[in-house]
Write a protein that binds this ligand. Structure first.
Ligand code: HEC
Ligand code: HEC
Ligand code: HEC
Ligand code: HEC
Ligand code: HEC
Length: 228
């Protein structure tokens, strides 16, 4: 919960109870939850907080073509995608000392220098943030052929990252019910420009159905998949 942390424990308790009742056969409760849960309720689409450094994905991931996994290097193996440590930036920005960065007139790299010298991580502001009672896992998606672009939009064109999709329960379930609209070959998951028609001659739906069958992809819609 981004803005109402006080309510969090209450939510969690009532959610557990509701799911327990649901599992025990309380059909009315479940129907209520489904109606409620399935409306695109909490959306932060467009949320774009200011970051401590004007770091640009449009430059790094777009123009320079650095693969997402170079920085978000746990995305294929773990639930979380990981924000890169200062060390990853220093790999290229070796010379971040004041005044020695010819292209940076207002010293945009100063926070990197400070973080290097103090050992204190850069305080990036989190953008995508599910409530803690919902479980999400990156590796479960990217290793099955769901591309970053399906959930994050054209990150490679964003000067400042914003939330592109609602991340609501109904949004999750839309795809879990019809994943063929989004499936692609696993080695194309970070390719923002990938186009099914150009790459394979098939429409997204045709290819998606084929991949779903071949790889036996069957996303779960059980409550316990996302609420554990
Ligand atoms: C594919 C994942 C997924 C499944 C399956 C799922 N949920 Fe959710 N659920 C979520 C997410 C994500 C949220 C938080 C959405 C948000 O922030 O608005 C959520 C929110 C909720 C909420 C809070 C109210 C709301 O709408 O925000 C309730 C209650 C809930 N789920 C109950 C259930 C029950 C009962 C089931 C089984 C019938 C279920 N969920 C299945 C992902 C899922
Ligand atoms: C050179 C390193 C680097 C590369 C390459 C990179 N990112 Fe990032 N990414 C970051 C940093 C640093 C942040 C945190 C600052 C920000 O939000 O801009 C971030 C933030 C994000 C966020 C928002 C995280 C949040 O707080 O919710 C998403 C989503 C994301 N990146 C996706 C991608 C995708 C998709 C690609 C590939 C197209 C990519 N990134 C490539 C460094 C990188
Ligand atoms: C693979 C190499 C590479 C990595 C890794 C990398 N950058 Fe860059 N970055 C560049 C290049 C090349 C430029 C464009 C030339 C320049 O301005 O130095 C640039 C430019 C920038 C700029 C604009 C500089 C200005 O003058 O305003 C910022 C800010 C920046 N990077 C921040 C970061 C941060 C923060 C990270 C770590 C999350 C990072 N970079 C990781 C290569 C990289
Ligand atoms: C199926 C949808 C989906 C896909 C595919 C996806 N993400 Fe995410 N991403 C999310 C959600 C949802 C969150 C928020 C997770 C949370 O708050 O627990 C998130 C959060 C992030 C974050 C913030 C750190 C974190 O893990 O919370 C980064 C960085 C990120 N994603 C990068 C990527 C990259 C890079 C790819 C592709 C290799 C990718 N994502 C693919 C849905 C997705
Ligand atoms: C664009 C499509 C898409 C979206 C959006 C999506 N998922 Fe998924 N999800 C999948 C696919 C495909 C799988 C893999 C199914 C398989 O392996 O058979 C999956 C698997 C999962 C798993 C792993 C289940 C397991 O058995 O390990 C979890 C957990 C999950 N999704 C949660 C979420 C949540 C929470 C959201 C919303 C915040 C979400 N998903 C949004 C397509 C999607």
């Amino acid at each position: 919960m981004k803005s109402v942390p006080d309510q969090f424990p209450k939510w969690m308790n009532s959610l557990r109870t509701l799911i327990a009742i649901g599992a025990g056969g309380g059909a009315i409760y479940v129907a209520g939850i489904i109606t409620y849960g399935f409306t695109p309720y909490a959306t932060d689409v467009g949320y774009m907080p200011e970051q401590p450094i004007p770091y640009s994905h449009a430059l790094h991931a777009g123009k320079l073509g650095i693969d997402c996994r170079y920085c978000h290097n746990t995305v294929e193996h773990a639930a979380s995608a990981a924000i890169p440590p200062t060390q990853t930036c220093l790999g290229c920005h070796t010379n971040v000392n004041a005044g020695s960065q010819p292209l940076s007139e207002n010293d945009n790299l100063a926070p990197i220098r400070e973080s290097r010298d103090t050992g204190v991580p850069i305080e990036w502001v989190k953008i995508h943030d599910l409530p803690d009672y919902a479980y999400f896992n990156h590796s479960a998606h990217v290793t099955r052929g769901v591309g970053c672009v399906s959930c994050h939009g054209r990150i490679d064109r964003m000067e400042v990252v914003y939330q592109d999709q609602p991340l609501s329960m109904s949004w999750c379930l839309d795809c879990h019910r019809n994943p063929e609209q989004h499936l692609r070959p696993v080695d194309e998951v970070t390719n923002m420009e990938w186009d099914p028609q150009l790459a394979t001659g098939l429409s997204q739906l045709e290819l998606g159905k084929q991949l779903k069958l071949e790889n036996q992809i069957n996303p779960s819609t059980d409550c316990s998949t996302c609420h554990r």
